[in-house]
Write a protein that binds this ligand. Sequence first.
Ligand code: RIB
Ligand code: CA
Length: 317
Amino acid sequence: MRKLIIDTDTGSDDAVALIMALKSANFKVEAITTVCGNVPLELATKNALMTIEVANGQKPPLYVGAAKPLMRDLVTAVNVHGEDGMGDCNLIHPTILPETKHAVDAILDIIENNPGEIEIVTIGPVTNIALAILKAPETMKKVKHIYTMGTSGFGPGNTTPVAEFNVYVDAEAYHIMLNSGIPTTIVGFDVCLGEAALNKDDLDVLLSSGKEEAVFSVKCNRSLLEYNLQRSNEHIVDLPDAVAMGVVLWDDIVLEDKLCYCYVCTQEAAAYGQVIINDGSKLAISDGFAGHTPNARVCKSIDNQLFKKRLLELLVS
Ligand code: RIB
Ligand code: CA
């Protein structure tokens, strides 16, 4: 059975990803760890606890992690996910509590107890992962794989023209993770758009299913839907973290991927959080990228219809 640790800044798309994993019987979620990002840490933690309660699946322990990025002040995405990160519709009243151990220590303990078996799924800023690498690099070398929702992939940024949110919140952490030597798969924002987003018909299927976790998945994304309607008049809910979790659960939805050398911009203010991905297709004559060893497998396209079919089936099952 595959063993996962899911690190999350539980906004509303994270919640769907968490439900997907918790309902997948052939995966053992060893722990959920929370990090600041979409919302401040306390809210991310409450949102994750509530999601565990409604998921109708496994009930893993939850550990609380970093309340701020490594070097910078926290930037949140409450303008997208709502002030509470979950649609501001009074959904969040958890009755369960987090563990007292810090998330970084929990991650290290679980890896030491399961050498070579743990797959870490990051669906928020990677501050906790970077702290674990800094604290115990030899332990982190025992991680089997990291799947990360992050970077803008081969498309534009969503937070700045060149930076995706999870990297933009803590680019230093992303640099540390990408250069740790841990086998890594990147699901960039670019493959989470278009037909990968849930449309009105998809949302109606979930709402009419009568399943608490399916209805919760729609309601908590109310702010995201409103954001999309106001911004582009599209009745869609794009769920990057759910797409990343789809790649973890169902690797066959990946149509194309490439081993790439990924460079995280941390110095130049205007490019902070940009991840320059060299897939080897460019004439790297003197750009300084030539000759670097690839440090991540980057997804270039996924089967959107297959992803959504499996997502809807899982949420209403
Ligand atoms: O850029 C999308 C990512 O940022 C997702 O993980 C979303 O939840 C936010 O954290
Ligand atoms: Ca997230």
